[in-house]
Design a protein around this ligand. Sequence first.
Ligand code: NI
Length: 306
Amino acid sequence: MFLPRLIALFLCTAATLSAQGSGSSLKIETRRALPADDTPQTTLPDTATLPRVLPPNRKSVYSSCVTTQQLIAITFDDGPDPVLTPRLLDLLKERHIHATFFLVGKNAAAFPEVVRRIVEEGHEVGNHSWSHPLLTQLGPESVESQLRRTHDAIVKACGTAPLLYRPPYGAVRLSQRTRIEKTFGYPAILWDVDPQDWKHPRSAQKVYDAIHKQTRPGSIILCHDIHETTVAAMPATLDDLIARGYHFATVTQLIAYTTPPELMGPPAPAPASLPSIPLADPQPSQARNDPAKTDEAKREKPVQSP
Ligand code: NI
C-alpha cells in the first residue's frame, strides 16, 4: 500500500523484521513523522508512576481518552497464546512498554503461567469473556457467567482482579452494559485505532500503516496477540510510536490520567455504619450541591463493530 510522502515532514526508513515461522525476512517501510500540531503542552510523568485505579466517576465506555499529551494505550485481545504472547512480552519489555491484555477466560485458564508473566511485567489484564461469543445474542445469566468465569480464572492465575472488560467484537447492548457495570464494576473499553489485524490475509505492513496513520493522543489501539503478523509488526510499530514521542500507559492509567479533577464529582459519603464523630464546634448542616448525575449510559448507543 502506498502512502503519500509529505516532503520535509516525513523521514522514510526501512526496517527488516524476521518473519515468524517462514524463516524469510519481512520488510516494513517505516514512516516517521516529526512532532507537529500535537506537541505536548506539559511534561508527562513517568508512566510507571501513574495510578492504576479507576477514578470514581469515570465514564461507562471508552473508545479513546481526551488529552493533548502524547499518551496512548495499546491493547492485545483474545490471548493469552502460549507462543505468541511470550514473544510479544519480550518485545514490550525491551522497550519498557506497559500494555493491556484483554484475556479470553478459557485461554487464561489453559495458560495461567502466561497470565502471571503478563502481570508480573507490569501490564494490565482485562476481561474479554470466557469463549468470545457475541454478547448481544446471550441472555443476562449467560453474559454474567461468561464474565464471572473469566474474572475468576484471571484472579486464580495471577491474583489480580481485572478492572475493565472489552465485549467481543465491541458489541454489547446498553441494558447488558449497564448490568455488567453494576455487577462487576467494569467500564467497557473499545478502541479508536483498528489495524484489522484479524483479517486474513493481513500483512505486518498493513498493521503498521494503520496504526501509524490512526494513532492520536489519547488513542486506544486494538491488536490481537494470537496472530503472527501482529507480533511481527510490533517492533517497527512500537519503535515508530516511540520515535513520534508517544508514551504508553495501561488503559486504567490512561483513564485515570486523563479524567480532569473537576469531573471527579463530590467525595463519596461515609458509610452509614460508621459511628459519627462529634464536632467540637457544631455547624449547621451544609447543603451539598450534588450536581445532577448525568446518566451517560442512557445517552450512549450500543456500539457494534465487525
Ligand atoms: Ni476479541
